[in-house]
Design a protein around this ligand. Sequence first.
Ligand code: ZN
Ligand code: ZN
Length: 147
Amino acid sequence: METLQRLTRRQLDTLRAIRSQETPDRGASLKLIAASLRLTPPSALGHLTPLEQLGLVERYRGKSRLTGKGRSTLVEYQRHHRVVETLFGNLGLAPKDVCAAAREIDLAISHRTVEEVCRAQRHPTSCPHGAPIAPCRAPAGRTASAA
Ligand SMILES: [Zn+2]
Ligand SMILES: [Zn+2]
């Protein structure tokens, strides 16, 4: 199973909270992470521990910071989210609604399906809000002969 598919929404939010709180030489404290999630420190720790077990977060001098895998998982998430937002936008959902709609499926969808959706939309370069979508890795020509 792909890493994103194993994460809960709260765990993803925890990863993002660490990214926004950490500095290059110092991680984020549990107190800060909990505050940005609006949770108590013990509840935040409950989301943090599985992230450590998955190798996405590591302890450093008593604080938490993202590993390389944690960082690349967030990049992948962003791509899933924006490609799905674009899909929903093309299906007629209003820009104000596509973000919440995308969050309903962006963790569950596989990388492969995201690439197929990206290709079907002719590789959009930005989401409906104008945020950039990184170039995709979809191999050329796989869909042409299928179907
Ligand atoms: Zn969004
Ligand atoms: Zn693409």
